[in-house]
Design a binder for this molecule. Structure first.
Ligand SMILES: [Zn+2]
Length: 851
């Protein structure tokens, strides 16, 4: 603890075990609690300070090993969310037990101990009490030392109505009658862990039979009637448990694992030890009625959370500045595991997309270092963003590929073994990787973690000398001074020299680096494999040599070529025509992510074009995408790969929405009608794509049908598809209706994302923006704090000068407390879009016509 840091609790008193009894009253939305906390008092003190927020403490006292029973006076520091227990005489050093009784409220803010509600098939409404504690909301459920390095064990008892199910981190040891129609569920003592990982869930749940995963019982919990949607979660859950037990080389650290689907949940999921909580749509799924992308998303999230059981729960960051490593690593592990679960999904190629989004944010002047100092815990809330998850995972992957997967895994296993039940700093991980690999992990990674941004490596060849030279500079979308930032960039490169392929491996430093190839190269690929978290800028001659032979590139290398070229266009460093010509080479791609790398920029361009200019872009899209769809057809054929389903959906959607293909739109409406008549009659991927195509040109009658499907969905995924499709309809009236729904009926876990999509809609965006301004205070009040910025993401497309000015001035007057940096990033993205429009819009038609 830094000297004088008043935001941290003193270390004079150390909790070692919480005996915690909670009795929630679901109808009244309140709870009563009682706890006995074993503490070690290290030096005599007349005050014990711990965290509590929105709690009433009724009684407080301390029992010493000397038999003395001391009562305490309780005062609160609301700003710091603390309770101070004051004793008449100093408490002597030694072991004591703190006794507290307290009560609190089951709130509707989806944090702390909160209430979630749902209506069953008979129209009866039910209430669930559940928890979400990360980062600092355990203190809303029980007084505690709510800092990640105050690890203790938990012995939990929940007193609940006899008819309800109670779940916590460990297995139930005993159920007894508590009188008045209630039962007392006593759970086994947990391992030593941080308070933010505790969980209590009470409600009318249906539980699957446990699956025995090498001795660990695995179950899924859901609201009644959804049990038929649990099979896939159990399958990936069991796979992930086995995968990580082997990878980390340490047994799963809890006695059981429950995966719990909740109707209201602000985050995607939460890695409470042994009791992982999820949004329903990220856990409950039917493989026969879901798209492959929806399945992949569930597999990702389940794998991610189970990776945390070791990386995060067993070994935990010392303080909140370390959140990024926790999340970056779990994201990296999720992909490693899902790639093992379904190798033909090519999960790491898809990672190119999310990493690409992180590189967009990280190319802004308003980016941030992945890790930064955190004093008040609330500052860490700003860390739950794309830089933590996707840039973090990207640089971890870059290190893993550079040092080699096997030795990297040995380093990780050693780290987990060495720090089990304990807390770490970021550098502890690099030390373990260095010990296992002999590579300078710490000095390399420090340049990626402690400074924002990333470099572009410029490549020039000297054919006479048989060399290439690499130089680095910071990549930026907007022009800026060279701030001197440099990176130690791990580079794998390959070249063809005299018909032979040669490879080199190096860590590039600050200076220009010349690589001896032994002759003039026929072609060079810098960033071989595509793992580097940087861009590559080839001099024209080298670029021509590669683009002449793109079949020599692997999928991620081709992905990067498109992505880097487009980034240069957006930054004003390369003409739009360069990208349009390159994109034409991607017509035979078979992985959907490669198509996305080409289609997303075309969507961006579409937003920049005047309505009467759009046909030229639509024609270009039809020429590019049409032949691929021709090959694939409207329905799957026997024996085709799973990613082919996604490919078909991707090109179908592109043709129907961006390409405005009249034939495709007509047929999509027919297919959609079949789907409405009989869900089983249409392949789920095709169904999802036609839903989007129909919405793009949809009528009010279509809107009504979508609304009805959203209200009466067959699966959680279908509910999301139809909900978010509402934002794709054209026209101001429908935009107003969708906005009204978001303000009132749509669950607060989803509504911010719906508004974001509405803001991004070409015709609805301006109306939606007016309504966001009108209802600003009300929207912030209604939605969970950590989703406020998500609501605004779509505003980055409001790039006409008048709208952009209006957005900038409104946001200047309405800062977002903990999410201001994300806000600044959105405003910079908008500024980039405005600059792009000013620079390029007038020449776009000519650029398309010239291809
Ligand atoms: Zn996570």
């Amino acid at each position: 603890m830094p000297d004088g840091d008043t935001h941290r609790l003193p270390y004079t008193v150390e909790p070692t075990r919480y005996d915690l009894t909670l009795c929630p009253d679901l109808d009244a939305a309140t709870f009563d609690g009682e706890e006995r906390v074993r503490v070690i008092v290290h030096e005599p003190t007349a005050e014990i300070m711990l965290n509590a927020a929105d709690l009433e403490i009724h009684e407080a006292g301390l029992m010493g090993e000397d038999g003395a029973d001391r009562s305490a006076r309780v005062t609160f520091d609301e700003g710091e969310e603390r309770a101070v227990l004051s004793f008449e005489e100093p408490v002597p050093a030694g072991d004591h037990t703190l006794r507290l009784t307290f009560s609190g409220v089951l709130n509707d803010q989806l944090q702390g101990f909160y209430r979630s509600r749902f209506t069953d098939a008979e129209g009866v409404s039910h209430t669930i009490a559940t928890t979400q504690f990360e980062a600092t909301d355990a203190r809303r459920a029980f007084p505690c030392w709510d800092e990640p390095d105050r690890k203790a064990s938990f012995a939990v008892t929940l007193i609940v109505d006899e008819s309800l199910t109670a779940i916590s981190n460990s297995e139930i040891e005993e159920v007894s009658d508590a009188g008045q129609g209630k039962k007392r569920c006593r759970f086994a003592e947990t391992m030593r862990m941080s308070t933010y990982l505790a969980a209590f869930v009470v409600g009318p749940f249906e539980l699957t039979e446990p699956v025995d995963v090498d001795g660990v019982p695995l179950r899924v919990a859901c609201v009644p009637g959804k049990g038929d949607l649990t099979g896939f979660a159990l399958e990936i859950g069991a796979h992930a448990l086995r995968f990580f037990t082997e990878y980390f080389d340490i047994p799963y650290p809890a006695g059981k694992l429950d995966l719990i689907a909740l109707p209201d949940f602000a985050m995607g999921a939460m890695e409470n030890l042994g009791a992982v909580t999820f949004r329903e749509s990220l856990l409950l799924i039917d493989p026969d009625r879901a798209t492959r992308v929806e399945l992949e998303r569930v597999a990702d999230v389940v794998a991610h959370e189970i990776a945390h059981m070791w990386f995060g729960d067993l070994v935990t960051m010392r303080w909140w500045n370390g959140i990024w490593l926790n999340e970056a690593f779990a994201t990296f592990m999720e992909m490693l595991c899902v790639d093992d679960f379904r190798p033909d999904w090519l999960r790491w190629v898809t990672f190119g997309l999310s990493r690409g989004s992180a590189m967009v944010t990280d190319g802004l002047a308003t980016t941030r270092p992945v890790e930064f100092p955190v004093r008040r815990p609330v500052e860490a809330e700003a860390m739950f963003d794309i830089l933590t998850y996707e840039k973090g995972a990207g640089v971890v992957r870059m290190l893993e590929r550079y040092v080699g997967a096997d030795s990297f895994r040995r380093g990780i296993a050693e780290y987990i073994a060495k720090h089990s039940y304990d807390n770490t700093e970021t550098t502890d991980l690099w030390d373990s990787v260095e010990a296992a690999t002999g590579e300078p992990a710490r000095s390399t990674m420090d340049t990626w973690i402690y400074q924002g941004g990333y470099p572009v490596l410029s490549v020039a060849a000297d054919d006479e000398a048989g060399t290439i030279t690499l130089t680095q500079s910071r990549f930026r979308y907007l022009p800026g001074e060279d701030d001197g930032a440099r990176w130690k960039a791990p580079v794998l490169l390959r070249a063809s020299v005299g018909g032979e392929v040669v490879r080199h491996r190096l860590v590039m430093g600050d200076e220009a680096t010349t690589v001896e190839l032994g002759g003039p190269p026929e072609w060079v690929v810098v960033n071989e494999g595509g793992w580097g978290f940087y861009r590559v800028h080839y001099e024209q001659e080298l670029l021509d040599r590669i683009t002449a032979e793109t079949d020599r590139l692997d999928a991620l290398e081709r992905f990067n070529l498109a992505s880097d070229t487009w980034a240069a266009v957006v930054a004003g460093l390369s003409p739009v025509g360069n990208f349009l010509k390159l994109a034409c080479l991607y017509g035979d791609e078979t992985h959907p992510s490669l198509w996305a790398a080409v289609l997303a920029p075309l969507d961006y361009l579409d937003r920049m074009m005047e309505p009467d200019a759009r046909p030229v872009l639509q024609r270009y899209v039809r020429d590019l995408v049409g032949p691929a769809f021709e090959r694939l057809g409207w329905a799957p054929v026997d024996g085709e790969g799973e990613t082919t389903r996604t490919l078909r959906a991707t090109v179908l959607r592109a043709l129907g929405v961006l390409g405005a293909d009249p034939e495709v739109r007509k047929k999509a409406a027919e297919v959609e009608a079949c789907y409405f008549a009989d869900r089983a009659s249409v392949d789920p991927d095709v169904a999802a794509a036609t839903t989007a195509v129909v919405a793009a040109a949809g009528s009010t009658a279509d809107y009504e049908r979508y609304l009805d499907r959203f209200a009466n969905p067959a699966t959680p995924q279908e509910e999301m598809r139809f909900l978010f499709s509402l934002a794709a309809f054209d026209g101001e009236d429908l935009a107003r209706r969708t906005m009204e729904l978001a303000r009132t009926e749509v669950r607060t876990q989803n509504a911010p994302f719906l508004i974001s999509q509405l803001l991004a809609n070409r015709t609805a965006g301006p109306v939606a923006w007016q309504m966001v301004k009108e209802h600003w205070d009300e929207l912030l009040e209604r939605f969970p704090d950590n989703l406020h910025d998500r609501m605004l993401d779509g505003m980055t497309t409001l790039s006409t000068p008048e709208l952009a000015d209006d957005v900038a001035s409104f946001m200047a007057d309405h800062p977002l407390a903990t999410k201001q940096r994300t806000m600044d990033q959105m405003l910079e993205r908008l500024e980039i879009a405005v600059a792009f429009r000013r620079r390029e819009a007038a020449g776009l038609v000519a650029a398309f016509e010239a291809v």
